[in-house]
Design a protein around this ligand. Sequence first.
Ligand code: HEC
Length: 252
Amino acid sequence: MAIKIIEHNTIEELKREARDTVDGRYQLRLNTIILAKQGVKTKDIFEKMLISKNTYYHWLHSYNDGGTEALKAIKRVGQKNGNPKYDDKIFKEVFEKLDLMEEYWSIPKMQKLVLELHNVQVPYETMRMRIKRAGYSYKSNRQKEDDKLNALREKAGNIGAFKVSQKYKSKCSSCHGVNGSGFLNGKPMMGPKLIGQNEEELYTKLSDFKAGRKENMIMKGLLIKLNDDDLKRFAKEIGEFPARAKALEESK
Ligand code: HEC
């Protein structure tokens, strides 16, 4: 049974309030009231906002009792009912995208991305925690990211490996390791191991990514700016890694 919502505010006013607030939980509550006012089915609201029935009614009653002030003042009581489970895949995908983003990003931007990609509204605090857990620090501008990437590259280049091209080093080593091992200081990197695969295999995989036959947002995003000759050169170079490693070993 739908409960009546008291006309404290118009939908426009609520939307404005939701847009202007920096409090993610409050924003979620406002959006919930907006959906309810728009006549969206209660069950659909639970699903879209990932909240429980209890939480929904709690918010609605608070709003009815005291308008936006009351809605804003709601304290989270434990995590019993209001703690939806988010699929890890959602965050993984967004973080992969984040790695490719050439621009400034922020938590609201991430929330928007998740909403667009998965139609899931992730609260500000959850997004922040997930980003933190994934080891990302807040990037306030592009420069910071470049610094981080450069540090990563430098590290990757300092593990006493054989010589690689500047292109491989700058474009690939941050995720696959400077020797293509896929490991850095004993920890798996973002990209898998490449060393040991031969030139043809590598070229096929690279062109499959580029053509979209093999699905991977990161690799596709990277390869989009490279032409077929570039792919061949990378495949040839990485194909030579085992021989280079052997030569290095023997020269010691
Ligand atoms: C931002 C991280 C990142 C960078 C930079 C990157 N890769 Fe990758 N790469 C990945 C990930 C993640 C995968 C796994 C994709 C999958 O299998 O779904 C991958 C997969 C691959 C594979 C397929 C491996 C296999 O055995 O399936 C090849 C080949 C490859 N990358 C080559 C490159 C080359 C060449 C570059 C530089 C031009 C590069 N990558 C740069 C993250 C990266």
